[in-house]
Design a binder for this molecule. Structure first.
Ligand code: GRF
Length: 245
């Protein structure tokens, strides 16, 4: 693999013309195009893909899956599903240069919303500015508690009785932007850091779909740090039945 993009399905680029023509239709909105960024196993990506396939996340499609790690299992899974994929190796590159390539790829694939799904890399200010309030991240704790690596273990070792996961917009600070969805779970007496991580992951998979559905609905504003539903919104939101917070 090289640092240059390997667009597995360049015909998707040509498809953008069709998407734009649909945008003029008063009766049908074009699908929201998701750009998934991942570095590892990709279970959140797979959960999003399954939500779309099963009709739980309407009005969204995966436009491209990008990884900074050539061997990422999530990337392999995306290829096997026939999705467009690209690899931009980040190791040894300047952040701004690497991010410029990723931004160009996302734009070439007409991405409306970037979903970080275990993407183990801080985004440059240029990246955040390129997709204002259009980048989501999932973090395995109830932010602002336990940002950074190994959040589940941090929470377990701290001895909290409740933890969970957070889907938030990405800003220039680590695990920091406006919160879209949080889901909480109790820490059991019988838990260890692994069992806790496993139970948080189950919540993550539902929370990400719910957060994307909220963004796709467009029925919200971001006021300062606060994600706020527009008045009268909410009933049309999709996603799993169990409500997040
Ligand atoms: C998840 O725990 C997510 O919250 C964190 O990284 C992990 C990625 O897992 N940001 P996966 O690759 O989606 O399985």
């Amino acid at each position: 693999m090289t640092n240059s993009a390997s667009f597995a399905n360049p015909t998707k680029c040509a498809g953008l013309v069709i998407v734009e023509s649909v945008a003029n239709s008063p009766t049908r909105r074009p699908p929201f195009r998701l750009g998934i960024l991942l570095s590892g196993r990709g279970s959140n990506f797979l959960a999003i893909a399954e939500s779309i396939r099963a009709g739980r996340l309407k009005g969204a499609e995966i436009a491209i899956v990008i990884s900074n790690v050539a061997e990422a299992p999530g990337l392999k899974a995306a290829r096997e599903m026939g999705l467009p994929t690209a690899v931009f190796i980040s190791k040894g590159r300047k952040r701004a240069e690497h991010d410029a390539d990723v931004i160009a790829c996302l734009r070439a694939h007409g991405v409306d919303l970037v979903c970080l799904a275990g993407y183990m890399r801080l985004l440059s200010p240029q990246f955040v500015a390129a997709f204002p309030h259009r980048i989501l991240n999932i973090h395995p704790s109830l932010l602002p508690a336990f940002p950074g690596l190994d959040a589940q273990e941090q929470a377990f070792n701290y001895g909290v009785k409740v933890t969970g996961c957070t889907v938030h917009f990405v800003d220039e600070e680590l695990d920091h932007g406006a919160i879209v969805v949080q889901r909480a779970i109790p820490v059991m007496e019988t838990d260890d850091a692994h069992s806790l991580s496993d139970r948080i992951l189950v919540e993550e998979h539902q929370a990400y779909t719910e957060a994307i559905a909220r963004v796709v609905s467009g029925e919200y504003e971001v006021r300062g740090r606060r994600y706020v539903k527009k008045q009268g919104a909410g009933n049309r939101e999709q996603g799993p039945g169990k409500a997040g917070t």
